[in-house]
Design a protein around this ligand. Structure first.
Ligand SMILES: [Zn+2]
Length: 444
């Protein structure tokens, strides 16, 4: 039982109400350019400088994406009106929710056409490990915030996949095989990412011995996957059912309820170069009270520290050596980018050329644009997962932003059937490309 569940459903409703995402029983005709159903939408706002975008974020607007001077702001009519009051000119880009088609493949207990709850993810991971003892080892690497509070919550689970030999898949950095770590749904509402992680586990265990690339990968490499890095947040998202809740952060509400927008942004809470983000607990990019203050981030950093060797010196300008091993991919949505470090500064990291070269090989599969945060999503972000694994250990680290901006397969909530198409298959091959490079991501 999860005693907070009912509270979470209510909190989810509060999120929607507070952010104007629920159409307020309006009988007025929608204005031209307004969302056809009056529901929550993606609003495009152009001619914005990075400083103006940051200001919007810190004022409490939910900025989903920003590139070439144009930001996507999420919300209902009230949000569009607030933007207009600031002298901005929001244009309706797309509805947030897609029609929930009967995909015919929806697992029991799933939501929004087939997406999986944390419980389903945890059961699945344990099942993959139990059914494939020669290939898989499951680990409990920490607790979610609610679990640390004794209020329900979840374990953070990881799985190691390889053709297991003596000493493989152990929590020690000096493994015989190189490693790739894959982290999904650290931002809870980026729902396609957990699904990609789920499918990637199945793809590897089912393809071993029959698919040449999968066999090569598991013969040579350990693949570590954390499919749900923010289970409390995913539980809130899933509580919306066919109207998933927009929870991005974890469930830590110690900074206040914020009209339902509580939580810490886990991808701003990592300990490397932490501290340049907003201190407003209600902002979507709230960095938290301290570096790695959140149990979910402690779980990830604890795992990384145990399985990846530290291969880089202390100085930010010090390159990791050419024979560095291991790769980390953090899966996010959306925008169709493969993002390289640094996140915290527009300056380029010492391994910039090598990171971009492998990034290009990875992106040859999903067709995404390769660049730093400043070049792609358009702003700097401190305390990110990839800055931690590159900055602390020197391993080749990337953030994928999966999916496009609009259409049935775009935005935070793509139709579940999109996972039958490119969204899954191209990212699957991109992950395998990255994994096969884990022995020498910088060329040797
Ligand atoms: Zn994200």
């Amino acid at each position: 039982m999860r005693p907070r569940k009912t509270a979470m459903v209510l909190a989810g409703a509060a999120v929607l109400a507070a952010s104007g995402l629920v159409a307020a029983n309006s009988t007025a005709e929608p204005l031209a350019g307004d969302p056809p159903d009056g529901g929550p939408a993606i609003w495009e706002v152009s001619d914005l400088s990075p400083d103006e975008v940051r200001d919007l974020e810190e004022t409490g607007f939910d900025v989903a994406e920003y590139h070439d001077g144009t930001a996507d702001v999420i919300g209902g009519e009230a949000v569009a009106d607030s933007l207009r009051e600031r002298g901005l000119d929001p244009h309706f880009e797309d509805s947030l929710y897609k029609s929930v088609a009967d995909t015919g493949v929806a697992a029991e207990g799933s939501y929004y056409g087939g997406y999986k709850t944390p419980d389903l993810h945890i059961d699945h991971l344990d099942e993959v490990a139990a059914d494939n003892p020669e290939l898989a080892t499951a680990y409990d690497v920490g607790d979610s915030w609610l679990k640390t509070q004794g209020e329900g919550g979840y374990d953070i689970k990881a799985i190691c996949l390889t053709d297991k030999q003596e000493g493989d898949c152990e929590l020690s950095p000096d493994s015989a095989k190189p490693r790739i770590s894959i982290v999904a749904q650290i931002h809870a509402r980026e729902i396609a990412t957990g699904e990609i992680a789920w499918r990637y586990m199945d793809y590897l265990v089912e393809g071993y011995g029959s698919d040449d690339r999968v066999t090569e990968l598991l013969d040579t490499t350990e693949v570590w996957i954390v499919p749900i890095a923010n289970p409390d947040g995913v539980d809130i998202v899933a509580s919306g059912g066919d109207r998933p809740v927009l929870q991005r952060k974890n469930a830590n509400d110690s900074g206040g309820e914020c009209g339902g927008r509580f939580g810490i942004d886990l991808n701003r809470n990592h300990s490397y170069q932490w501290g340049d983000e907003t201190t407003d607990p209600c902002a979507e990019t709230y960095q938290g009270e301290g570096a790695a203050s959140e149990p979910e981030v402690q779980a990830l950093e604890g795992l990384f520290d145990k399985i990846h060797p530290d291969q880089r010196g202390e100085g930010d300008g010090e390159a990791a050596p050419a024979d560095t091993r291991d790769v980390m991919i953090s899966l996010h949505a959306y925008g169709e980018y493969v993002i390289v470090p640094w996140g915290y500064t527009p300056d380029t990291p010492p391994n910039d050329a090598e990171l971009r070269e492998l990034g290009g090989a990875i992106a040859s599969h999903n067709g995404y644009r390769v660049g730093s945060g400043s070049e792609t999503v358009g702003y700097t972000s401190s305390g990110t997962t990839d800055d931690y694994t590159y900055g602390v250990m020197g391993i080749a680290s990337y953030t994928f932003e999966v999916g496009g901006q609009s259409g049935e397969c775009g935005g935070f909530f793509p139709q579940y059937s999109c996972l039958e198409g490119d969204l899954w298959s191209t990212n699957r091959d991109a992950l395998t490309e990255a994994g096969l490079a884990a022995g020498a991501p910088y060329g040797g």
